[in-house]
Design a protein around this ligand. Sequence first.
Ligand code: G
Ligand code: G
Ligand code: MN
Ligand code: NA
Length: 254
Amino acid sequence: LEIERNLKLAIANGELELYYQPIIDIKTREINSMEALIRWHHPQLGLVSPVDFIPIAEESGQIIAIGMWVMETACKQIKIWHDEGITPFRVAVNISTKQLLQDNFVESVIQTLQKADLAPQWLELEVTESVLLDDIDSIKETLLKLKESGISISIDDFGTGFTSLSYLRNYPFDKVKIDRCFIDDINLDMNGKRITSAIISLAQTLNMKVVAEGIENELQLAYLEQENCNEGQGYYFSRPMPVSSIEIKFKNRG
Ligand code: G
Ligand code: G
Ligand code: MN
Ligand code: NA
């Protein structure tokens, strides 16, 4: 309740910030996109993790306003980076069910892109498996409309839900993000490797790109490269960083 009351003020007081974590093309090792991850600087509690306030915001409905703020901020930032002449990459934004179930969600996303003067090909939406349990037909229709508008759709945390495989069949995803628990298992034993490898093949057979989440070491990366995983994300490449650190990184790169 404390958090819910304070969240109301968070946007107005400028307490929210987006961090960005690079997603790397495993073949070229170039940055392919950035995932936007929200952070809340609470005046008394300090840095509050999204794990602690996103569920509360979903429950209270505040996720609608927060989600809009995230989308607007991420689109504006990516546009700034494009204008600065940095090799252009996409931005991936996490979306909650409550947002997808809104009547005007597709229109509001398109409007946000137009306001930021950003083409839809630069925006990717990440949807978590658990999100999709709700109202299959209307969510499917919304995802199709977004796709028709040129926005790409990823399934996040793949493999952790009860019905992962049926989602691949029923929804129009462009990309599968393998949950990091599977990437952890790569180092464990052969079965850990085989499961990851099977997810990669399955997704690619269905014409979806594959991203491995939570890559933390060279062994995992080498295996994923050998198995032709398309993209990777994790502390091995970079932690999520504030805008200022991302910009320092680019400048150092040349
Ligand atoms: O950045 P971190 O690993 O602490 O994120 C924790 C969780 O919070 C992840 O599951 C992530 O998907 C979620 N999350 C982060 N930013 C957002 C956001 O802007 N919107 C939503 N809905 N979830 C987010
Ligand atoms: O659920 P989602 O995939 O959106 O969550 C991304 C979360 O994973 C963020 O909280 C981010 O901080 C975290 N994360 C990103 N890379 C790594 C990693 O290499 N190891 C671990 N343990 N967490 C990571
Ligand atoms: Mn995500
Ligand atoms: Na994930």
